[in-house]
Design a protein around this ligand. Structure first.
Ligand code: G6P
Ligand code: MG
Length: 216
């Protein structure tokens, strides 16, 4: 029997390709401090909060900074990141994302955003899809970062459904772990080699169908 009542979507790397902008901005910051990090290391930053990401990067570079300096660096990264975000156009929504959201809503499935990003609302407005979500839980509303399930549990609560009735769409290892920890089904967006904990892995929402959703 199908008991799925809601879909909860991560933002960066699922709805929009801002994961690339995060990577570019962090890389620029690391380079300005005299070191670099790999794309493999970057996978560990996906879904991880701004402050925690910075701490990981500084660790990789063997660089120590005071708390005040860290705050400045995180602010600088966000300025560079937002320079790219502010140039985004509605056509930067990832293939199939708008279509799948529309399909969900048409059949009465509830939709929520569950993202660590404090810039979520700005991005949704930029691409013009704010009204496609029944609830938006972002980095301003939660205190525990993925892999803690807080963001997704808050999403389920806001939608008035049980965690077991939710399917999460995630591109990050930490996000897949968070969904599993929250007792939710999870569709990974990316590579099955990376997102090993997901119930199903697809390349993008353009590959998603209701049939696949109800078979999870
Ligand atoms: C998402 C991204 C992370 C990012 C985090 C915080 O989870 O995958 O790469 O660090 O949001 O985003 P913010 O826009 O608040 O810096
Ligand atoms: Mg993501």
């Amino acid at each position: 029997m199908n008991t799925i009542k809601a879909c909860i979507f991560d933002l960066d790397g699922v709805i929009v390709d801002t994961a690339v902008y995060h990577y570019k901005a962090w890389k620029r910051l690391a380079n300005s401090l005299g070191f670099d990090f790999t794309e493999h290391q970057n996978e560990q930053l996906k879904g991880v909060s701004r402050v925690r990401s910075l701490q990981l990067i500084l660790g990789w570079g063997g660089v120590t900074k005071t708390e005040a300096e860290q705050e400045q660096l995180a602010t600088q990264k966000n300025i560079w990141y937002m320079e790219m975000v502010n140039q985004m156009k509605p056509d930067e929504i990832l293939p199939g994302a708008k279509e799948f959201l529309t399909t969900c809503r048409k059949v009465g499935l509830k939709t929520a955003l569950g993202s660590a990003s404090k810039n979520s609302m700005t991005i949704l407005e930029k691409i013009g899809i704010t009204d496609m979500f029944d609830a938006v839980i972002d980095g301003n509303k939660v205190s525990k970062a993925k892999p803690d399930p807080e963001v997704f549990l808050a999403g389920a609560q806001a939608l008035g459904v049980f965690p077991e009735e939710c399917v999460v769409f995630e591109d990050a290892i930490a996000g897949v772990e968070a969904a599993v920890a929250g007792d939710m089904k999870v569709v990974g967006i990316g590579s099955p080699d990376v997102l090993t904990g997901a119930n199903l892995v697809i390349k993008g929402l353009d590959e998603m169908t209701l049939d696949k959703l109800y078979k999870l």
